[in-house]
Design a protein around this ligand. Sequence first.
Ligand code: ADP
Length: 209
Amino acid sequence: MATNITYHAAAVTRSERCALRKQRGLTIWLTGLSASGKSTIAVELEHQLLQRGVGAYRLDGDNIRFGLNKDLGFSEKDRNENIRRIAEVAKLFADSATVAITSFISPYRADRDTARQLHEVATPGEDSGLPFVEVYVDVPVEVAEKRDPKGLYKKAREGIIKEFTGISAPYEAPLKPEVHVVNNDIPVQDAVKQIITYLEEKEYLPKQQ
Ligand code: ADP
């Protein structure tokens, strides 16, 4: 681990960056079982935010597992490291005054709490942390298993995939998520509306013209 590194004072502070970009940075952390609907919600949420002029960017399996984290597997250690790196990257986007949207199962409470702490603790030179909005995309495992668009639950039942969340590995549901979406056959727009309403109530989004 590097020890002889120090923070370089930023020329532009976070609040100046937010003022210049006319928006706040934050992370929306979607968590839930495989096939609960995280990616579907993330895509629509990103789309709606961009349409109203808010810079947003999705981090998901496709752009993380095939790039930054392609050296990681699915052991507990690698899963922890996967989430830690995602949280650090999301935080960088949030710090740049972008809305970062992550969609990963992130089954362990401790990992999600680590991601939250990373955001909420102020970095040197800043007087506050960054908002972390945990969104629990909640469906019963039976519903997720019935959807199973990638056939993963089937493979898990057959023992082809070991330690599959919800079947042979635990999913630790959030205890106090900022938003709890019961995503059992509601239109995706309704799920996204629930998240946007929360962001508006907290005044995290710029007022619409
Ligand atoms: P995840 O990212 O959590 O693995 P996806 O977003 O890929 O889940 O969704 C899994 C499947 O469930 C997809 O086929 C998607 O169309 C469907 N789905 C998502 N949201 C809903 C919903 N509210 N009601 C019914 N089906 C849904």
